[in-house]
Design a binder for this molecule. Structure first.
Ligand code: NAI
Ligand code: MG
Length: 490
């Protein structure tokens, strides 16, 4: 890895404490934890380490704001207006937020600028537009009655997010919650608390009332678990690992909290021999290596029809050898470091499993340098369905290629997983594409494209990849309760 100058300036870190009831406050315990830059392992700053006591304060603030504040009962269109204002303020600081994201997470600045922050803004604007369009219905029941439904905010919501798209995950969760009139306690991932805290500052500046958005940085088993247990929290929205979701589900059951989960995957990406191979190779590369492979919907099982298998493998390997991995602040960089030591080690273990299980490593497989968590873009061929690298989520730049020769067998193999988040197919045959879309059990199917996200299009998993949907109208519905009102007209 060439040592390059850092052309994009690192932003100032301003907010490092909890944000509760509109105030910036240290943790009750006084504890702090470090957040690091994964490319250099240097400490960026210390951040307040919230735990149960801070969660209790934040929930009290959110509860007060929900029950007694203006938020849930103000004119819906005005709620939308404040959300548009927040989106505008984020847009005005987009470059600084993108740099902060790159600093905290290690993702390439070109991605933070072109993808993460623009998608944050778009998501908030999309849901701002929903605020005054949340309607009930009138229902023709028997008798002399007027019966109608109201869609009301679910209440105080706890939102627990991961580190792979820190600002974007905050926006996906704030957008529908705010539009519906909920109030929020968010726990960002311990690896990446900084952009969420900055967004909270901007929310206050936009005029969103104090207590509507509260942010408590900290760890999962302390701050996260306390949020899930708290009796005054009405819903938990979580994105992260399946095993964590199961812990949350069990705990949330005690108070019958509503839950939505967006979890992992082992998404099949299928290239048929009749595909536009230039597009398919580029798409398959992007599907896995984007964001250092740290995507819940990564196309991590690449099924290639036997006739074009060798060509596709060679072309992806070739791309890997030329892929610019390095300083994420260099605008030419396409792949930065993994987020932390734990993720780095987990991925390197899977590289070993791949080799032990008999797959061929045709490119990559090694650490790059001895500082920062850089891993070569790695490609395995000769992968079979039962190998660990074909079954388990690696969450890193490791692509497994599986060969197939027949479409029915392919669909069965694609579905042979406990996950069901996404799938994609590359073909010029539209009948084949639609048959695939109908038969593969996953929440999102991409045809001749990958990772096409839009705030208006629902996203979420079948099977163990999740519960409920985010984005679109479905994502909004998950933040409302339906109330039936029956009025005697007699
Ligand atoms: P994780 O599920 O442990 O962490 C996600 C969030 O949950 C963080 O904010 C964390 O503090 C919180 N959390 C952890 N334990 C908790 C608990 N007991 N109660 C409440 N909140 C808790 O995921 P982690 O450890 O960061 O990554 C492990 C693996 O999970 C990754 O290697 C990857 O395979 C998968 N993952 C999937 C993501 C997705 O987008 N679907 C995102 C992040 C990780
Ligand atoms: Mg964990």
């Amino acid at each position: 890895m060439a040592a390059v100058a850092t052309p994009v300036a690192r932003p100032q870190v301003r907010q490092t404490t909890c944000f509760i009831g509109g105030e910036w406050v240290p943790a009750v315990s006084g504890k702090m934890f470090e957040t690091i830059h994964p490319a250099t392992e240097e400490v960026i700053c210390e951040v307040a380490e919230g735990d149960k006591a801070d969660i209790a304060r934040a929930v009290a603030a959110a509860s007060e704001a929900f029950h007694n504040g203006p938020w849930a009962t103000m004119d819906a269109r005005d709620r939308g207006r404040l959300m548009y204002k927040l989106a505008d303020l984020i847009e005005a600081e987009a470059d600084e937020l993108a740099a902060l994201e790159t600093w905290d997470n290690g993702k390439p600045i070109s991605d933070s600028r072109a993808a993460d922050i623009p998608l944050v803004i778009d998501c908030l604007r999309y849901y701002a537009g929903w605020a005054d369009k949340i309607e009930g219905s009138t229902i023709p029941i028997r008798g002399d009655f007027l019966c109608y439904t109201r869609r009301e905010p679910v209440g105080v919501v706890g939102q627990i997010i991961p580190w792979n798209f820190p600002a974007l995950m905050a926006a996906w969760k704030w957008g529908p919650a705010l539009a519906a009139g909920c109030t929020i306690v968010m726990k960002p991932a311990e690896q990446t608390p900084l952009t969420c805290l900055r967004m909270a500052r901007l929310a206050q500046k936009a005029g969103i009332p104090d207590g509507v958005i509260n942010v408590v940085p900290g760890y999962g088993p302390t701050a996260g678990a306390a949020l899930v247990e708290h009796p005054d929290v009405n819903k938990i929205a979580f994105t992260g690992e399946g095993t964590t979701a199961k812990i949350i589900q069990r705990s949330a059951l005690e108070t019958m909290k509503r839950v939505t989960f967006e979890l992992g995957g082992k998404s099949p990406n299928v290239i048929f021999a009749d595909a536009d191979l230039d597009a398919a190779v580029e798409g398959a590369h992007f599907a896995l290596y984007f964001n250092q492979g740290q995507c819940c919907c990564a196309g991590s099982r690449l099924f290639v029809e036997d006739d074009v298998h060798d060509e596709v493998v060679e072309r992806i390997a070739q791309r890997n050898r030329q892929f610019p991995v390095g300083d994420p602040f260099d605008p030419a960089t396409k792949q930065g470091p993994q987020v932390d030591q734990a993720q780095f080690e987990k991925i390197m273990e899977y590289v070993d499993y791949g080799k032990q299980d008999g797959a061929q490593c045709v490119s990559g497989g090694n650490r790059i340098g001895d500082q920062g968590y850089f891993i070569e873009p790695t490609l395995f061929t000769g992968v079979t369905d039962e190998m660990r690298i074909a079954r388990e989520e690696i969450f890193g730049p490791v692509l497994s290629v599986l060969k197939f020769s027949e479409v029915d067998e392919l669909i069965e193999r694609a579905n042979n997983t406990n996950f069901g988040l996404a799938a994609a197919v590359w073909t010029r045959d539209i009948a084949k594409a639609h048959r695939f879309a109908a038969k593969v059990r996953a929440g999102t199917i991409w045809v001749n494209c990958y990772d096409v996200f839009d705030a208006a299009a629902p996203f979420g998993g079948f099977k163990e990849s999740g519960l409920g949907r985010e984005l679109g109208e479905a994502g909004l519905a998950a933040y409302t309760e339906s109330k039936t009102v029956t009025v005697s007209l007699g």
